[in-house]
Design a protein around this ligand. Sequence first.
Ligand SMILES: [Zn+2]
Length: 436
Amino acid sequence: MISIPSRLRDAHVHLYAYGLELSCVGMASCASAEECLHRIAAAAEGRAPGEWIACTGARVEGWREARWPTAREIDDAAGGRLCFVRSFDLHAVAAGAAALRLAGVEAATPDPAGPGKEGVIARDASGDPTGLLLEGACELLWRAMPQPTPQEFKERVRAALRDFRRRGFVEVHDMLSQRLLGPSIAALIDEGDEAALGVRVWLYPALDDVAWTLEHEESFARDTLRLAGGKIFLDGTLNSRTAWMLAPYPEPLPGLPHGKAMHGEEAIEAAVRRCDALGLPLAMHAIGDAAVRAGLGAIERASPDTAGFRIEHCQFVDEADVPRFADLGVIASLQPCHLLPDIEALRRRTPHRMGRAFPLRDLLDAARAAGLEPQDAVWFGSDAPVVEPDPADNAQAAAHRRRGGMPAEDAIAPEQAITEAEAWACMRSEAWEAGG
Ligand SMILES: [Zn+2]
């Protein structure tokens, strides 16, 4: 009998984005471009002409036609309303013609360029935008969207917290927390909102925002709400081949054989010192094994006094780096549930490093060897809204290394499986375990 904890922790979420996602038309279960357009048409019924129809979670690679709907198709389905369909990984969006116009995207618009801003406006044979915007080009559309009012922001956060509470979570760690987030949750707590009172929230704003947040913390901190650290990015993502890998990709992006390092060694070390000087730990986004190594190296050199430094994602960890987590007191914060939708991407992008993908067995064994309880060294989360925050998906991925119903030989690095009980332990919250 597996004991499933009644008090769960999701150690990596984006509360506002998830609340926003809950208010959107979900495309996660959509199987074709045709079905996508039907869903848009259904959502358009009864909506005011000026209202946005935001669709999220599309996995177009898995659709029957494996193609995005065009701007004209989206407009027809939406009855001319402003509409977009966003990819589950947030790296692509297909916009209707009305939305493209509002974003100022036309045939003469150049592809966005510049460090961190590069993007592609997909075009047809005659040079007209098809509606599909990739990477940095998505920003053209997001900039044209109306900003939420503080009230709207709060309502989305409320929706997210309710959803987490309903799923049994009593603790979530928000990554890249906006300035409005702390005050919004504090207001919900003060109103007596049950979900806000029932979920402990740790905030990790971007490193550049930590000092500001610390200055203002007194106004929003509550028993269950506090500033917990800062956040920086060391690399990109697996699907876009920008995760920073020790060994080159078999089919890399042009000019990026090892993916993309966001910062040099010295800058990472400086970030560790900067956060430590404020008395706070840093959460480092590191998907590739080279990024993980760079993060650990920076912590080793800076030797911070503050506890709680953590590396987010750890999708690949080289064998040599596994024991360094426990040695340095660094928490490995993983989302094994991403293995489920990423099985095909892992095979395609990183066949050379499959044995090091989500190395849970290694990390837990190393923690035990160092005298730590696994749940004190390895934390699980979902990265919602990237995927639905279903804790059972983390248990499935961690223990079976494949989607339910798949044959055993399809498992990714089965030697790295842990037991379901161990997986649930990595999701157990210590918050108010004494009942407080
Ligand atoms: Zn995230």
